[in-house]
Design a protein. Structure first.
Ligand code: C2G
Length: 131
């Protein structure tokens, strides 16, 4: 069984995220998502999530492409995750191009093109316009 792992905040979940997860799953048979916790988002990414970790986790678990959701608590956990779950491929959007090449020692590393026209920032901006 080929295992794939990816990481992210996934808030507000949108079709760009789903297209990433769909392509990630197509690289193997089992997809693990390291979902950034509320604390990690706030402390490390300066992101305040709209949905809580619990709510974001349940949304991802409802997707046909996702087999397991684990918490992402730190930038440093990727190597131990890859080893613990015997991951074959690490995948993430190309906004991170090159940033995780250190994982090549442990697994295949794939950067996939982002879906350019959609982002949470864009959604919030558009919704703000409807006021
Ligand atoms: N993504 C995408 N297209 C978009 C928006 C996001 O393909 N329009 C991808 C990103 O490239 C990423 C995934 O969807 O692979 C999740 O995006 P975010 O929630 O923004 O993840 P990020 O904050 O970049 O966290 O340790 C890695 C980090 O946790 C990644």
């Amino acid at each position: 069984m080929r295992k794939v792992i990816t990481y992210g905040t996934y808030d507000l979940l949108h079709y760009g995220h789903v297209k990433l997860l769909e392509r990630a799953k197509a690289l193997g048979d089992y997809l693990i998502v390291g979902l950034s916790t509320d604390e990690f988002n706030w402390n490390e990414k300066n992101k305040k999530c709209y949905f809580s970790y619990k709510e974001r986790k349940s949304l991802l678990e409802a997707l046909r492409y996702v087999d397991l959701v684990i918490p992402e608590n730190s930038w440093e956990q990727k190597i131990s995750d890859v080893k613990e779950f015997k991951v074959d491929t690490f995948v993430i959007g190309d906004d991170w191009e090159g940033k995780f090449d250190f994982l090549k020692e442990y697994c295949e590393v794939v950067y996939l093109p982002r879906t350019p026209e959609i982002s949470t920032t864009q959604i919030k901006r558009d919704l703000g316009k409807d006021k």
